[in-house]
Every structure is written in C-alpha cells, then in structure tokens.
Design a protein around this ligand. Structure first.
Ligand SMILES: Cc1cc2nc3c(=O)[nH]c(=O)nc-3n(C[C@H](O)[C@H](O)[C@H](O)COP(=O)(O)OP(=O)(O)OC[C@H]3O[C@@H](n4cnc5c(N)ncnc54)[C@H](O)[C@@H]3O)c2cc1C
Length: 414
C-alpha cells in the first residue's frame, strides 16, 4: 500500500520506519529541513516504561492554584478568550479524579512498556547511537512529606511496576552529584529499567535508517489540507502540489488538530508549551536521568551537555520563547547542581506538546476512511513513538494491534 505520513517529528519518523518495515511504500512530508526539528528537538529525553506518569493527577488543581501567575509555575494558563483552551482545560481537570488517573496510568503503562521494548529492538536492529542511558530514571523529592506520599503510592502499584524506594543516603550513593545540596533531597524512587537519551539524535538516525528502507522524505513542504474525495482521505495538498496515497497518517503533533478539522474531524489535541535549557556539562553534573517531582521537570545528561526541561503553559499555538520561564528552569537546575555546568552558555528552547485531555495518544483509524491518527502524545511522544509506530503499521497492514489497546482506541471523534 502507498502510505503518506504527515510530519517527521519522532512520532512520524518512527511510524514511517515501521510502515516501511512492514513492506509498504512510504512517503513523508515535513515543512522543516530535517527530522525532529519541532517539539522533538530538545525534550527531557526520558523514556519511562514502568515509571510512566500521566500529567493528570488529583494534586494538579491545587498545584495550579498554589502557583497561579508565578513565573516558575509548573502549570500556567494564559487567560485568553479562546474556547478551545477552556474546553481542553475542563476536560483535563475532569480526568484528575483518582479513579480516572488509575485507569489512565494502567493504559499508558501498557503502551509505554511495549514502546520501550520496541525501541530497544529497533536500536539494536539499526544500530542507532543517541546518548542512551540504561541506568533508569530517579524520581527525586525535596520534602519528606512528598517522598513518603509517593513511596506509599508506589507500594500500591503492581509488583512489576514498583520502583526501588531510596532514602536520602541511598539516593546519594546512587547519584553522588545530589550531595551538592543534600538539603534538597529527602528521598527518591528509582525506576531502574526505564531509559533516557537524545530524542533528536534517535530520530535523525531512524530517518536515515528509514531512507535506507526506501522511505522518501519531502523536506520543506507545508501541508495545507488533507484531500477528501467521495468521503475518503486520498492524500494531502501542500505548498508544492498534491500527493496521493491509499492511507494518510496524521503525525503533525500540535498542528494535527487544525488540519484534521479542515477535513471535518475534530480531535482533542491542544498545544501545551514547555521549556528547556541546555548547558555544557560541568564536574558536578548528575549521571543518572532525574525526574524532579517537586518542580515537575526532567534533568538529563546528554553526552557533554546537561539539560533541564519541563513546565506546562496553555498559551495557544504561539511559540514565543519566554526567557523568564526558561531561565527559571535553568536556575532550578543550578540550585540543585551548582557545579552541573556552565549556565552562562545556556541554550534556551521552547516546544509545544500535542496534548489530549486524558494524556493518552490518538492512535488508529478515524471516522474518515483513509485517515489514521498517530498524534496527541503530549508529554510522552519520545517514550511512545516506537510503540505507536508499530501499532499503526500493524493496523495499516490489516493485522490486530500488537498491544492490548483497551482505553486507547479512538472514541467520540466527530
Ligand atoms: C519541555 C518538554 C519536555 C519533554 N520531555 C519529554 C520526555 O522526557 N519524554 C518524552 O517521551 N516526551 C517528552 N516531551 C514530549 C515530546 O517531545 C513530544 O511528545 C514529541 O516530540 C511529539 O512528537 P511529534 O512527532 O508528535 O511532534 P513534533 O516533534 O512537533 O513533530 C511534528 C512535525 O510536524 C511538522 N509540521 C507541523 N505542521 C506542518 C505542516 N502544516 N506541514 C508540514 N509539516 C508540518 C513539524 O515540522 C514537525 O516536524 C517533552 C516535550 C517538551 C516540550
């Protein structure tokens, strides 16, 4: 079958590889000059399996109120007269009940663990080098109260998903760089089978591997419309002309919703802005990937660089880099790791996460025949890209999804 993949972020590139691997003729369109130059450029690099956490949580509403309007707020809502923001935010808050969070976490974990295994198999098959760390992800807590609560919650998880619970001493033994500020570490949870690495490097390597398998990438082409004929998606219109295909796979990240809407389909994907700061590494940089649960940001050593990435801002589609927000993140990293690197050489970045209100991606066939969705991966696009790509390739090939899709099927799309 001829398959047209729209978007060459990590999600589109992975889908293209799996589709080519399944024997399809694959063409990819992206407006940029290469792979993963959008949101997949400078994320926190964390690839959790068992340790995957959706953003929805019963604690979120109180956190939003506590930090309302602060420049370093982990969640920030710009009060705009845009109904889409409010609809999305209401849907998100509705998913913050304990029962919904338990269900969403279970569905997400199944896909994340499947995706991690797919990533491992794929990197071995294609020999992709991307500053991989297999030391796990360390979730750190500055206050005893937060640590005790998280440790109690972790004890309720299925046995295979339980982290190692480390007191301060054990956390410092695992990651000596934390000793620079022992007052900022009450304890940690270690998900020792989770991984991390540079998403952009992986995507670039995977795009090269996909090209070797016959995938054609059309760089510098902007998709303006999905072509719909006789009630079926038959291709895409771009600034360079028209491309026809048997199946169109939507992987445009945050740009997915406006384009599918033009084709008559509303999908609940909204951009949630995040920031990153990357610095040349110093002698006091941590070696293990860290998820700081107090500031809800990831800290990652990527070769000779150290990065912090996080925060969530509902600000529409604008990609303006608010340097105050990015610098607040940088300051938080330097506070924890004063010798972590050279903050004067920080590269600041912002990206839009394609988020759904329940933090689960939209994967599979749509009410519009010929159009498939592979979007809405939110804060976990790097984590879920390979698993999602494999799911899409199997469905396009007429085979059942290779992972239990309970709770992940597309529902209620109009
Ligand atoms: C601060 C931050 C930290 C994060 N940390 C993590 C993490 O630790 N782990 C994790 O798993 N995920 C993380 N994420 C999320 C992850 O980065 C995203 O989920 C992922 O990059 C989304 O990939 P994508 O391919 O769907 O979208 P994108 O990477 O945005 O790709 C979409 C592509 O579509 C192209 N495009 C858009 N519109 C058009 C058009 N009209 N025509 C042609 N091309 C177009 C763009 O050029 C782009 O290449 C983080 C995100 C942020 C912002």
């Amino acid at each position: 079958m001829k398959v047209l993949v729209l978007g060459a972020g990590i999600v589109g590139v992975a889908a293209a590889w799996y589709l080519a691997d399944a024997g399809h003729e694959v063409e990819v369109i992206d407006r940029e000059a290469g792979a993963a130059l959008g949101t997949s450029w400078a994320n926190a690099g964390q690839m959790p399996g068992a340790g995957v956490l959706p953003w929805v949580s019963p604690a979120v509403p109180a956190t939003i109120l506590r930090h309302f309007g602060k420049v370093d707020a982990p969640y920030l809502i710009h009060l705009k007269p845009d109904p889409a923001i409010w609809l999305w935010a209401i849907g998100f808050l509705r998913n913050c009940t304990r029962a919904r969070v338990t269900e969403i976490t279970a569905n997400l974990r199944r896909l994340a663990e499947f995706s991690l295994a797919e990533t491992q198999a794929l990197r071995a098959a294609e020999n992709i080098i991307y500053d991989l760390s297999t030391r796990g992800i360390l979730h750190t807590f500055a206050k005893a109260e937060g640590f005790d609560k998280a440790a109690r919650a972790a004890a309720q998880e299925p046995e295979a998903a339980r982290p190692r619970v480390l007191d301060r001493q054990a956390a410092l033994a695992l990651e000596p760089a934390l000793a620079a500020r022992p007052d900022m570490i009450a304890g940690a949870l270690h998900y020792d089978r989770d991984e991390s690495g540079d998403c952009n490097k992986f995507a670039t390597g995977l795009a090269a591997a996909a090209t070797r398998r016959g995938v054609r990438f059309n760089w510098g082409e902007t998709v303006t419309d999905i072509i719909v004929e006789n009630g079926r998606a038959t291709g895409a219109r771009t600034n360079a002309g028209e491309q026809r295909a048997d199946v169109v796979v939507m992987c445009l990240g945050s740009a997915s919703a406006p384009l599918t809407r033009r084709a008559g389909l509303r999908i609940p994907v909204y951009p949630v802005k995040g920031y990153a700061a990357t610095i040349p590494v110093g002698p006091g940089a941590p070696d293990i990937a860290i998820m700081d649960r107090d500031i809800k940001a990831g800290i990652l050593r990527i070769g000779d660089r150290l990065r912090i990435a996080g925060t969530a801002e509902l600000a529409g589609y604008n990609t303006h880099l608010d340097t105050r927000r990015a610098r607040a993140l940088l300051a938080a990293m330097m506070k924890r790791f004063p010798e972590g690197g050279d903050a004067s050489q920080a590269e600041l970045w912002t990206g839009l996460r394609p988020m759904t209100p329940n933090c689960l991606p939209l994967l599979g066939e749509t009410p519009l025949p010929g159009l498939m969705l592979n979007t809405g991966h939110g804060s976990l696009g790097w984590t879920l890209a390979c698993g999602s790509g494999r799911v899409i390739a199997e469905i396009v090939s007429g085979r059942p999804a290779p992972v239990d899709m309970r709770g992940l099927q597309l529902r209620r799309l109009r």
